[in-house]
Structure formats: C-alpha cells, structure tokens
Design a protein around this ligand. Structure first.
Ligand code: B16
Ligand code: MG
Length: 235
C-alpha cells in the first residue's frame, strides 16, 4: 500500500523539541502542594499539551477545589507560570535535545518543511532561549490559536501557513491531546513516549534515534510492514 509521501514535519514543542514537560509538571505539583493536595505524574498526563487555563481547571478538579473566582484562577495560573519560567532559566543548558537537532537538519536537507505546533504561549520565549527558531519554517503557538488541542486548529494553521496539505504532514507529539488533535487534522502522527498512553498515534517511539528507518520508508510512501499504517494504532 502506498501513502502520500510527506512534505512537512510538524513538531509539538514541550516534551518533543525541548525537555520542558517536567518543568510544567513540577510547577503544577508545587501549586497543588500550596493548595493542600498531592498531584501525581500520572494525573499530570492529562495536562500535557493542554492550554494553561484548561490545565488549571483539571488541576483544581483533581484537588476537589470548586468555586474559584476568575481573578483567583488568573492569579494561580500566573503563579504556576513564574515557577515554570524560573526553572527554565536555571536549567537552560539542559533543555535542548541534540538528537532533535540532528533529525531536524536531516529533514530540512531532504527538502521537508518544518513547523512548530504548540499550545504554549511561551513558545517564542523558549525558541529564542535555545536559539532554534531558524530551524522552523513556521511557528504556531498558544498566542495565535483560539482552540487548544485536541482541537486540530494549531496543526491546520501550521499546514496552511507552509502551504502543505494535511495528508502530507507528519506530526510529532508527546501528549494524548496533541495526538488526537493531529488525527482530527487528517495528519499522520508519531507519538513520542509511552505507547500505552498514546494509543491513538499511528506509531510510537521513545526517541528520534529510532525514527530514521521509518522516516526513510515513509518518505518513499511505503507503509504496511514498517508498522506505519493508514489509521490510528498502525491499522
Ligand atoms: P504555557 P506543547 C503545552 O505545550 C504543554 O505541553 C502544556 O503542559 C502547557 O500547559 C501548555 O503548553 C501551555 O503552556 O503555560 O507556556 O502557555 O506541548 O503544546 O508544546
Ligand atoms: Mg508536548
């Protein structure tokens, strides 16, 4: 079976290009502690890829906290954000994953367009901080979208801005919400992380190093025995 060869690779940012997902988790955990409850890494899975305010709603729900005024929510979200940013500044040299850089360079040398599709309003800050903005043809983030993942808006906007059809885009995502959004956009999705949590991805890997053979076969439009199917779960 032959699938449409891909023309663009669209990357989530937090947890895929930069290793910041743990900083988000630590900041939410700290906030939960201040509010008087524990928040586990497992519970945090549902916050990944989700906007800041929606994440806060999920956190409050997990803590059984209700009837919070909009002003208080804004204050809590700001408190969480200042916690995350202080971690980023302290750990700056650890953030950038060199394997991603190699893979991005490889794609671009093959003429594949590259983009960022992130829920984060901090995406411009992060990209500047690690100086990788020039590696991407387009950046769409939490500042320019209305509907957060799992809505497909962020992915569709990225594809439109680089003039590539959704069916010719690969998406790389570490969050279940992002995998779902990319599927709704009509794109093929590589999940980065635990396959048991990213069950809707077409293919799941734990690092970019595993990807090269699949990339080469998929670039030629071959599917089937590669494990790269036409639908979710490689079906
Ligand atoms: P901010 P991604 C997402 O980024 C994170 O996964 C998620 O944990 C975070 O809540 C969201 O960005 C909003 O981030 O508070 O910086 O606007 O994974 O879509 O790149
Ligand atoms: Mg992510």
């Amino acid at each position: 079976m032959r699938a449409k060869p891909f023309e663009a690779a669209i990357f989530d940012l937090d947890g895929v290009i930069v290793d910041t997902a743990k900083f988000h988790y630590n900041a939410w955990k700290r906030l939960a502690g201040e509010l008087g409850f524990a928040f586990s890494e497992r519970e945090n899975e549902q916050l990944k890829g989700v906007s800041r305010m929606e994440s806060l709603e999920l956190l409050l729900l997990a803590g059984g906290i209700t009837e919070v005024t909009p002003e208080r929510k804004e204050a809590l979200a700001s408190r969480k954000m200042s916690g995350t940013r202080s971690s980023w500044q302290r750990l700056r040299p650890l953030m950038y994953c060199p394997v991603s850089a190699n893979f991005l360079g490889h794609l671009r040398s093959c003429g594949i367009k590259t983009g960022i599709a992130s829920a984060s309003k901090n995406a411009p800050f992060i990209l500047d901080q690690v100086n990788i903005r020039p590696l991407f043809d387009v950046v769409v983030d939490g500042n320019s979208i209305v509907r957060a993942k799992p809505d497909p808006e962020v992915f569709l906007q990225a594809a439109r801005l680089i003039s590539v059809a959704p069916a010719a885009c690969f998406v790389f995502e570490d969050a279940a919400a992002g995998v779902e959004g990319a599927i709704r956009a009509g794109m093929r999705v590589v999940g980065i992380g635990d396959g048991r949590l990213l069950t809707r991805a077409h293919l799941t890997i734990t690092s970019f190093e595993q990807l090269e053979p699949v990339f080469l076969m998929s670039h030629m439009g071959i599917t089937g025995s590669t494990g790269w199917g036409d639908g979710p779960n490689g079906q």
